[in-house]
Ligand binder design. Structure first.
Ligand code: FAD
Length: 416
């Protein structure tokens, strides 16, 4: 039996195939009645599960092909960001954004619209310019930006085929420095939220909701951009941390990326966690996350503050980030510059679920869209209103996979 990384989901699939070539993968898909792609198992719900078999592309050849002329890289879907980013940096290239952990596969992250932070940074899938995937019949298909339905295929939730490679837009490699500040009253955001979030390349806010205040603010500046020096502004009363921090106050910071303003390459500063350590709370956790329009961020945070006494007992840490709009049908950032409000809960599902529902009630007035790979309870009809292209995506999935080879209880719940 295989479980997800956090151990809260035991996959029903009895078999996990690990082909070592694309031809072998095509044969596995062609002969399977029900099969779904599995990445590095970092999702917190049953999204990746299949009633039939699972197939991992981690065993396919790991070569990254950089096209210096087009400034793109063709990347194996099973590669983890840890290996990809090191390889790109060695060749003088970078990605504009990264999620909080480099342990996840490129295919799984893009299939679920995984994101980092930055007012001008899109989610990781926004960098995808082409996809190679094995279709339900076992054929190999390439789709590229500009092709009909491409925007529907990138955040594919494993419903359209098994992606073998993604072509990603690159940018020149850059250096960053990261500084953590501690303790800012929530009210400071009332007039300064946008100023704070756009004060550096990547800004992340943390609160444990024990009081109306931010416990930590992680400011990631690029060395090639003049600093905005938000810390010198009179309203910014947070103090620089005097040592390395973990987002959860009191947890050891050895798993976290370099701080205290020490310069380093982009891929060692953008994620919160280092690839050689277990990230976050080492799996003793559950996650939920909701995306709202940027203009609603402050009101949404106050709506949560009003119920912080209910949130606090089951919370490890809450994080607020910004993500730029994209055109990807199943992305929660579809045509909306967004703010994400993330919750790292304790691992007690029974205690956490009622609070997840409460958070959803509080955020409902702001049309909060859930992260596909995390825990949510929003029902299908409402989800259809929150994701305006969901019906188009369901039709696309039906066209690509009429026999439902890639279908699953998760997809049946939300796509029907
Ligand atoms: C500690 C921790 C921190 C996290 N931090 C962030 C964060 O900062 N930002 C954020 O947005 N999310 C974050 N996440 C969520 C995470 O990015 C998603 O769960 C993501 O899907 C993980 O990728 P995976 O490879 O583990 O996917 P899996 O969980 O294995 O699969 C997820 C989905 O992707 C599909 N998929 C995987 N590979 C392929 C493929 N080759 N072809 C087609 N479909 C495929 C699967 O079918 C499934 O539907 C975090 C998760 C954890 C555990």
């Amino acid at each position: 039996m295989t479980t997800n990384w956090a151990g809260n989901i035991t996959y029903r699939a009895q078999e996990v195939h690990r082909p070592s070539s694309v031809a072998e993968l095509q044969a596995v898909v062609a002969r399977s009645r029900r099969v779904r792609a599995l990445g590095t198992r970092h999702s917190f719900n049953d999204l990746a599960d299949s009633p039939g078999a699972l197939v991992s592309v981690a065993g396919l050849p790991a070569a990254v092909e950089v096209d210096t002329g087009r400034v793109t890289a063709r990347v194996p879907a099973g590669l983890r960001y840890a290996e990809l980013t090191r390889c790109l940096d060695e060749r003088g290239f970078a990605l504009p954004s990264l999620g909080s952990l480099p342990h996840i596969s490129v295919g799984g992250a893009c299939a679920t619209a995984t994101h980092g932070s930055g007012v001008r940074n899109g989610c990781l899938a926004a960098s995808v310019s082409a996809l190679d995937l094995v279709t339900a019949e076992g054929d190999l298909l390439t789709v590229a930006r500009g092709d009909g339905c491409f925007d529907g295929m990138v955040v594919g939730l494993g419903a359209l085929g098994v992606v073998t490679h993604l072509t990603l837009d690159l940018v020149p490699a850059y250096e960053m420095r990261q500084q953590v500040y501690k303790g800012l009253p929530l009210d400071a955001l009332d007039d300064h939220f946008c100023e704070l979030m756009s004060s550096a390349y990547s800004v992340c806010l943390f609160t444990d909701w024990s009081a109306p205040r931010l416990t930590q603010i992680w400011i990631g500046e690029r060395l090639d951009v003049p600093p905005a020096d938000v810390a010198k502004l009179p309203w910014f009363t947070a103090l620089p941390a005097d040592g390395p921090c973990h987002p959860v106050d009191g947890m050891p910071a050895a798993s976290c990326t370099g701080q205290l303003g020490v310069p380093g390459p982009w891929h060692e500063r953008l994620p919160h966690f280092r690839p050689d350590h277990e990230p976050s709370s080492a799996g003793d956790e559950l996650h939920s996350e909701y995306m709202i329009g940027r203009g609603d961020a402050v009101a949404a945070l106050h709506a949560l503050d009003a119920v912080r006494d209910r949130i606090r007992p089951v919370l490890q840490i809450c994080e607020v980030r910004t993500i730029a709009a994209d055109r990807l049908w199943m992305s929660p950032f579809y045509e909306t510059d967004s703010v994400s409000v993330h919750f790292t809960w304790t691992s007690d599902t029974t205690a956490v679920l009622p609070v997840v529902r409460l958070v959803e009630e509080r955020l409902a007035p702001f049309a909060a869209r859930p992260h596909w790979a995390k825990i949510f309870t929003i029902e299908p009809p409402e989800l259809g209103r929150l994701f305006p292209r969901l019906a188009d995506f369901a039709r696309l999935a039906g066209d690509c996979d009429p026999a439902g080879k890639f279908a699953s209880p998760f997809l049946d719940r939300y796509l029907r």
